[in-house]
Design a protein around this ligand. Structure first.
Ligand code: AP5
Ligand code: MG
Length: 215
């Protein structure tokens, strides 16, 4: 599978990507995760990225594009890739197309996970993530058995810096203005698919696999 996952902040792109990784072993490339790792490591790139992420704005294309290209060139992507949170605007989408054509690994699908706007705020303010294994929880919808502790590995759960109400509002605005138009971009290429992202996570995953023609 050579896939782009589309969807608003909180739609469940990361949740579904992780399930695809578990079942099919295809690598997930989440630009958000890569940027957060750079922030945590305190690299110059991380310091630049943090300035934008804390405001809920997009990190400049120049920073993100180089990072994605380097990741796609790694050997494990020869068997496929799942792009999660990238591209985020038309410039990124066009550059990605050129990059992938040159590498002979063009996209096969762009799958949109659709969730009503009103549900997104609760999903994001309620999100908690394991520091050790990355497993995601939600204090409203899928709470861990013990508060603050990962069910899978006993790791400590944390809340993302940008999951504050004000920053979430900005991220949703940026999504509507810059990222939502990509539906049209991929639709013109004839590779768009979509699933409803509301309801049980495993049921959504079954629909995702069906849409992508996976078994
Ligand atoms: P990024 O990390 O990509 O965040 P995002 O797009 O805002 O999306 P999220 O990760 O918040 O949501 P998700 O769809 O993955 O949902 P999840 O599965 O976690 O980007 C962060 C920042 O980095 C950006 O603002 C920007 O600054 C920068 N950045 C990243 N990429 C960039 C790029 N390409 N260019 C420029 N800048 C970039 O689920 C959310 C919650 O809902 C969880 O708690 C989960 O448990 C819960 N949930 C999931 N499914 C369900 C369900 N079916 N029912 C109930 N709850 C559910
Ligand atoms: Mg995510």
């Amino acid at each position: 599978m050579r896939l782009v996952l589309l969807g608003a902040p909180g739609a469940g792109k990361g949740t579904q990507a992780k399930k695809l990784v578990e079942k099919y072993g295809t690598p997930q490339i989440s630009t958000g995760d890569l940027l957060r790792a750079a922030v945590a490591a305190g690299t110059p790139l991380g310091k630049e990225a943090k300035f934008y992420m804390d405001k809920g704005e997009l990190v400049p294309d120049s920073v993100v594009l180089g990072m994605v290209e380097a990741r796609l060139k790694q050997d494990d992507c020869k068997k496929g890739y799942i792009l999660d949170g990238f591209p985020r605007n038309t410039k990124q989408a066009e550059t990605l197309d050129n990059m992938l054509t040159a590498m002979n690994m063009a996209l096969t699908s762009a799958l949109s996970v659709d969730v009503p706007f009103d549900d997104l705020m609760k999903r994001l303010t309620g999100r908690r993530t394991c520091k050790a294994c990355g497993q995601m929880y939600n204090i409203y919808f899928s709470a861990p058995k013990k508060e603050g502790v990962c069910d899978k590995c006993n790791g400590e759960l944390f809340q993302r810096d940008d999951d504050k109400e004000e920053t979430i509002k900005k991220r949703l605005e940026v999504y509507n203005a810059q990222t939502a138009p990509l539906m049209d971009y991929y639709s013109k290429k004839g590779i768009v698919k979509s699933v409803s992202g509301t309801g049980n996570i495993d049921e959504i995953f079954n629909k995702v696999c069906k849409e992508l023609g996976l078994n």
